[in-house]
Ligand binder design. Structure first.
Ligand SMILES: Cc1cc2nc3c(=O)[nH]c(=O)nc-3n(C[C@H](O)[C@H](O)[C@H](O)COP(=O)(O)OP(=O)(O)OC[C@H]3O[C@@H](n4cnc5c(N)ncnc54)[C@H](O)[C@@H]3O)c2cc1C
Length: 430
């Protein structure tokens, strides 16, 4: 019999089959690459573009099962009817770089001890270097009744392409009563998103003459309205001005009852362990790669894995303690790509990520507070003006300019965040 000890040495969840009393892996084919990128989202696509151009054809593979690539930050605007779901997506085949091989499968097993990733079809993909960019998975099933409730009118989520179109429909069909917006337990991507759609809904109801019939309620698991005080203060003013008085801090949605149209919340002073968003299961199940929270365990500055020097991470799936946004991915990319190149050349990483992240807090159909901050919660603003103020210019930056920067800059591996722009704007002082 195989001992428990041996089982561990085989790596993270390697699939085993017993054949005539001997053990063999269920893997079928073998492929080898200089660099394997797992995930073809914001971070994975940028990484693959940069390194396939640098290393040449056939040297880089991207493991990614999805047919479509979505610019998720646009889903807030889709929910409010300012953009369509189609505007936010492009076929994956169009955004992945042509010089990289696309392995259109899900990675199911990470085996960092043997430098390989195994796909759902049992292919073994060997690497010299690995970049993990799997983003987060949505765990809607952790809220009792929610998956069924999504099939009923009036229950929607801007976090999934399956349900984001229901948001506008819910606003249109709203007649009167409670309009409930929720922010689940951290970490989530773009922690500002749950309240952005609340402000949009407020304006939508006003425009359509039903605001006085709506009791807008916000339930957040956080003890504050927003994690950075400067922007939280500004947002408290916004909710006050809009007459949004039902703000419930430290409350977590635990059940939805579609039959009676009820939402059940838990007071978080009695703690919960459920996480609505988490790193994808194949990554979480690889104990050698993740921290206790289930995120890829990287050095928060260099983005190199703490145990495996040939493994780097980028984006929502990493353990870096900053708000998980595409803006953070851009900042991380500028550092990660340089450090990975150094390691490939036999040196050590020397570039450091400062935790830059940004949350354009859309507060209606024409206004936005552009929150930008670092991992210590300090504002790190690009423009030499008070970004905590609601502005139309910032709204257009978010709605009209950022998508173009994403498709044409970020996914091509040429957008590293606004660090240099910030320096110029602040005459080198920041
Ligand atoms: C409603 C909403 C609003 C947002 N607003 C903003 C905003 O205003 N500003 C901002 O900067 N950010 C915003 N974000 C956050 C931003 O979209 C994410 O932070 C960003 O997309 C993260 O990039 P990523 O590469 O880490 O993950 P993703 O872009 O999510 O990509 C992950 C990829 O990995 C793939 N994958 C997953 N598991 C596996 C596996 N096992 N094998 C292979 N591939 C796998 C997935 O299919 C996916 O393509 C928002 C997000 C949402 C949902």
């Amino acid at each position: 019999m195989m001992s428990a000890h041996k089982r561990l040495l085989l790596g993270c969840g390697t699939r085993l089959m017993v054949q005539n009393g001997t053990f063999s892996t269920s893997a079928k084919a073998q492929k080898s690459y200089k660099l394997v990128v797992v995930g073809g989202g914001a971070g994975g696509c940028a990484t693959a573009a940069k390194f396939s151009s640098k290393l040449g054809r056939g040297k880089v593979a991207v493991i990614e099962p999805a047919d479509m690539h979505y610019y998720q930050p646009m889903w807030t605007l889709v929910g409010g009817g300012m953009k369509t779901l189609e505007d936010s997506g492009r076929p994956m085949s169009q955004v992945l770089p042509s010089k990289a091989d696309w392995i259109k499968q899900r990675a199911v097993t990470f085996d960092p001890h043997n430098n390989k990733v195994i796909t759902e079809e049992g292919e073994e993909v060997n690497y010299e270097y690995l970049v993990v960019a799997t983003g987060l998975q949505l765990n809607y099933h952790q809220i009792k009744g929610l998956p069924d409730a999504f099939e009923t009118p009036g229950v929607c989520s801007n976090y999934s392409p399956l349900y984001v179109n229901k948001t506008l429909k819910s606003l249109e069909n709203f007649r009167e009563g409670n309009a409930i917006f929720t922010l689940p337990t951290m970490p989530i991507k773009c922690p500002g998103a749950p309240q952005k759609i609340m402000y949009i809904a407020d304006e939508y109801f006003r425009k359509h003459g039903k605001r006085d019939k709506a009791n807008i309620m916000y339930f957040t698991t956080l003890p504050v309205l927003f994690g950075i005080k400067k922007y939280a203060d500004a947002l408290w003013k916004v909710v006050k001005e809009r007459g949004i008085v039902d703000i419930n801090l430290r409350h977590n949605l635990i059940e939805v009852k579609p039959d009676t149209r009820e939402a059940v919340f838990q007071d978080l002073d009695n703690p919960t362990t459920s996480k609505l968003l988490s790193a994808p299961d194949p990554l979480r199940e690889c104990a050698a790669l993740v921290n206790e929270g289930g995120f890829l365990n990287v050095n928060k500055h260099t983005l190199q894995h703490v145990t495996f020097p040939n493994v780097f991470g980028i984006g929502d799936c990493v353990s870096v303690p900053t708000a998980k946004t595409a803006a953070a991915v851009a900042g991380q990319f500028g550092v990660m790509r340089k450090n990975l190149s150094l390691v490939m050349a036999g040196s050590s990483p020397k570039h450091e990520y400062d935790g830059y992240t940004s949350c354009p807090l859309v507060t209606g159909y024409s206004k936005c507070i552009l929150a930008e901050f670092d991992m210590d919660g300090q504002p790190l603003e690009t423009f030499p003006l008070n970004q905590a103020k609601e502005r139309r210019t910032m709204f257009h930056l978010k709605k009209d300019m950022m998508p173009a920067m994403y498709w044409m800059g970020m996914l091509k591996g040429i957008w590293n965040g606004p660090k240099y722009m910030r320096k110029i704007m602040h005459l080198g002082m920041k």
